[in-house]
Design a protein around this ligand. Sequence first.
Ligand SMILES: [Zn+2]
Ligand SMILES: [Zn+2]
Length: 369
Amino acid sequence: MPDAPLPRRTATEFHLVNGSTGDPLLFVDYPGRDDALLFDAGENGRLPASRLSDLAAVFLTHHHVDHLVGFDRVLRANLDRDKDLRVVGPEGTIDRITARVRTYEYPFFPFQKLRLHLLELGADRLRSAVLDWGAGLPPAEAAERPVDPADLTPTVFENDLLRVEAARVDHTVPCLSFAIVEAPGYHVDGPSLRGGPLRPGPWVSRAMTLLRSGAPGETPVEVDGGIFPLARLRDRYFRKGRGGRIAYVVDTLWSDASRPALLRLCRRATRLYCDSFYAGADLKKARTHKHMTAPQAAELARDAGADHLTLIHVSSRYAGRLDALVAEAAATFPDVTAEDPEGGPLPPSPSPRPRARRGGSPPGEASPA
Ligand SMILES: [Zn+2]
Ligand SMILES: [Zn+2]
C-alpha cells in the first residue's frame, strides 16, 4: 500500500508586513536561520533592521515606487556584513539597483564585504551581475544565460529548503510574480519553536540537515551548551511534510497574456497572496492601470486549486470597506481573507472619504502603481 500523502503544511513564518492595504510586502522568515526572504521592497518601516539583516534574497516584482522605496533600508541593514544578498527582479533590475546604490558615498571600511548578486529575468534570458563592496564597488559586468521561453515559471532562487519560481506578468512595465516551492521533508515548526523552551539558533539548521539526511534519532545535537538527542528535537520542533507552495502575485492584469503563467505559478498553492487593487465594480480602472480585482483574484485562486487566498495591494480607496472586497471574492472562492497591518481584526470604518479631485486620486490615496 502506498504511504498516506504527506500533509500540506508550511512551518515558516509569513508576515504580510503592511497588511492588505499598505505597500505590498511579504517577509518570509525561517526560524533559527539567517536566510529570510523579502517579496517587494516598498515601505518597510515596520521591519526592524535586525530582521532585514537576516535576508538572503529580495524579490522585486517591478520598479514602481510602491515596490522599491524601501530598498535603501535593505541595503543599509546588510552593508556592514560579509555576506551574499540576492536581488531578483524583471528587466532593468541590474541598471536600476546599480544606479541607486551608487548615489551614496561609501567609506569602504574593511568589514564591509557585502556582495549584492543581481539577477533579472527577461523573456528569453537571465542576466546577472555582482556589486561587491569588499572590492570597492567596481563596475559590475553582466553575464547572460538563455532561458526557455516555453518555461512559464523558471526557477530564480534555490537553497536546501526551497526554490523560488518567477512568472512574467502583464503590467504597465516589466513585472514578475513569484512562488516559493518548499522541498518535501522536515521543516521547522515555527509556532513550537517560538513556544520554547529552546531558543532558535544555529542548532536549528544543523538539526534540520541531520533530519533531512536520515541521521539516527540518537544523534547528539549541541544546543546552547547542552546536548540533546536528535529525535527529541525532531518531535518537538520539526514536522515532516511535502512542502507548500506560496504564491505572491501583484500588479498584473488578469488577461489572456498573464493567465497561463499565473495558473501555473499558483497551481495548488498552499497560500496565494494576490493583487486585489480594485473591487469588481471598478473593472475598467483595473484594465486601465493593469491590476486585478478582488473577484479576479478569487477566480485565479479557484482555477489554480489554491487552499487559501489573501487579498493584497488593495487600494486605499477601499479603506474601511475591506470586508466588502472579501465578500466579493468569497462568492467565487470561500477561503479568503484580508489582513490589517498588525495581523489582527480588520480596522473599523474611518470617517467618510473626501471626494476625488478632478483628474487625480483623492487626497491621501496612492496612485495605482
Ligand atoms: Zn503596485
Ligand atoms: Zn505597479
